[in-house]
Write a protein that binds this ligand. Sequence first.
Ligand code: BGC
Length: 900
Amino acid sequence: MSPLPPGRLRCEYLVEPLGVDTASPRLSWLVESPVRGDRSKAFHVLVSSAPELLRGDIGDFLDTGMTEADGAASLEYGGEALLSCARYFWKVRWWDREGQVSPWSEPASFVTGFLNPGDWKPKWIAPRTVAEFRSKGTVLLGHPGADDVQACAVYVRREFALKDKERAALAMIFISGLGHYELRLNGRKVGTSVLDPGWTDYRKKALYASHDVTGLVRDRNAVGVILGNGRHTKSYGYDGPKLTCRIEVEYESGEREVLFSDESWKTSDGPLQENGLYFGERYDARILIDGWDQPGFDDGAWDRAVPASGCPLVSQMMPPVRVTESLAPRSVRRLPSGAAIFDFGQNFSGWTRLKVEGPMGAEVRLRHAELLNEDGTLNLGPNENAEATDVYILRGGRPEVYEPKFTYHGFRYVEMTGYPGEPGPEALEGLFVHSDVERTGEFRSSNGLIDGIHKNVLWGQLSNLMSIPTDCPQRDERHGWLGDAHLSAEEAVFNFDMAAFYTKFLDDIRLAQKEDGSLPDVVPPYLPRLYPADPAWSSAYATLVELLWDYYGDRRVIAAHYASLKRYIDFLGRSADRNIIRSLGKYGDWCPPGGIVPKKTPVDLTSTWYYYHDVLILARLAVVLGRGEEAQQYTRLAGSIKSAFNDAFLGETQYAAIRVSPVDTYPNQTSNALPLYLDMVPDDRKDKVVASLVQSVVRQQDYHVDTGILGTRYILDVLTEAGELEAAYRMATHKSYPGWGYMLAEDATTLWERWEKLTGHAMNSQNHIMLGSIDAWFYRVLAGLSPLLPGWKAVRVRPHVPGDLASVEARVDTVAGRVGAAWQRTGDAFSLEVAIPVGATGEIHVPLLWHGSRIFESGKMLWRAGHSVDTVPEIALAGDDGKRVVFKVGSGAYKFEMKK
Ligand code: BGC
């Protein structure tokens, strides 16, 4: 039988991407095989300029012929030079281990964007005048900003005709509109993305999106664009709304017609007026300009656009922000004031869609909040300065539907006032809005509490992906805080395909770097005073690069950032005082129980630890790039930092803690967990430090965390590795304060910013993701999945079986294919099913649960009392340490069974 055709064809991590702007895009696919130990021996890729050519097996741009694969299922394009703004079609077939060839895959395609800097020709244009409004400014970490002066939304239009619509082979609109835009063609919204383009520092780059409108164009067309503010505001130092757009039609004959944005485009104001990310929107439907985005509209009264200054453009090569889910209200309750309170039963990022009918001029107000007060009114405390209010003024006389375009909120509850009549649940629909990254991981266990935490992490993580990783969706922040980003990143890559998203974010970090090598706490650096960053925050740079290497095998990202990472490490080096960083720490082990600022963990300790952490990563990346000498140099530097760290912070039995009184001699969890995590503790004191940590966890805190966000990221791993699995499990699953189970017990539907249940006007977001790292522990430790070689070419399955846990099941769709682990135990039996993708190998650690256990696979006894008994092809016994038996396997599905 011939092998199955390859599937999941991707280009630059994306399915059928539009706007590919690299000259040698990476093509990848997956192969599956029922045969254990199968491997892709060779592949054959064709890239063609037309579907007919591809159908005829002609790759006029690339024909690799049968190419030695050595297990790989990806290729960096190296064919004929790709042209800008053209569609390419491709397919692939593979040869299995036996040398049998598969049928061709289904065809896939990609459309290029602008491959050379000069290729983008259109002007940036702006309205001649813009109406402005004032909204509350941001108060950040105690620094009040001035009021925000923002622009009312701008409507832009242009008509164009096509020579011969019937023969249009490809019609594309490439567009960037700042801060955000909505693109319309012939009266309809184009595409499904919202809040485009993704956030960037517009001094350095703006993203353009590429839309295929081949099915939407007619002979006479009108393109309409609405421009909103987003982050492109004066308070961040940017000018007003502007846009650049290129419409390009390619006919079957190969002839092209192009239209650029220029002064012939017309602008006006319109019904959408005030709009701001934090503030909300004000939409006056009485001012509706019927037909403005249709051909034939009389725009005689509209202004001509004027040229505007621009900024470099880069294609938006990541999943866009979209509405991904609709939520029906769980309940609607009327308050004595007449306001209606809608409860969506879930905290999330997004907005609501209003359905209303009533008299002209009726004004419906929708205010969003995460919590209610005891009397049932909205608790606006956690919103801080964000008004989070959408106002819709009815045109009247017919059913009307409204949803905002240029704002979003973090909420569970909505207060509605001014609704004509009695609002029922159908009046409002909740729309979940976030970067539409693909879900690639599933986790489930026999413990409902763990599954509840996992679910809250998923909602929290998605709520905080808004073209950048954000800290929270509800208050007047929603910034790319680097600490929050990296602490939750491993959990994110287990759950979602983050490769394209983080690739874009890493470029944002690179662009945010200052001449002196320093990085900001927040990226894009909308808040310029946040330089230089706390090293525990800017560690996101090295951490994310390494994560893309481990989880996606992405070497290109290392090459792209290595030089900037070096400059960053040099900056840290210059800031250090004999290898100890004393000057850069700010937040440190942020938000420990009972406070915001670190209580017990010295910031010098966390800053220096992250310096060490990042230097280790750099040394590793240098090896990947073949820079042996630099690798040695960084390894030596790491050694010096480690010694300095231990000299400065290690006592007889424990690492330094901030002491509040002479009787406070208790060990601190974070101070001890961090050096244990990186194996920095000298051998002769390791047991003592572990004992100190355990003493704090077990004796002083009764299995509760006493860690802020930094310690929390590592403590479960450290306890597990130190042989304290049961302590880690209890810490993860108890229900009292402080802990994740406590949040659940208090009705949280996402994770909080603080361990405490706080509901006042303070830093107490109900939807932060920085404590979400526990979810990676579920996948990596409970299910036991981790990449042993970059890009999951080798998979380690090393499940842990703590406490009362009876079963765990996880799968991750990795770049190498599906990886899975599912275990179950009863009183006298344990089974572990694993899935290893074609081309990969597995290292399976079967935990020995009972003295005298035997291990079977395919009905054969593979292990008893330290020896292999039978043999099964593709399974090799690699040894045991009395606690686990390790097998090496090839690709495929296996079920190991242990009997008492
Ligand atoms: C944010 C955090 C962030 C922190 C920096 C807060 O206001 O919401 O999540 O990391 O500031 O200390």
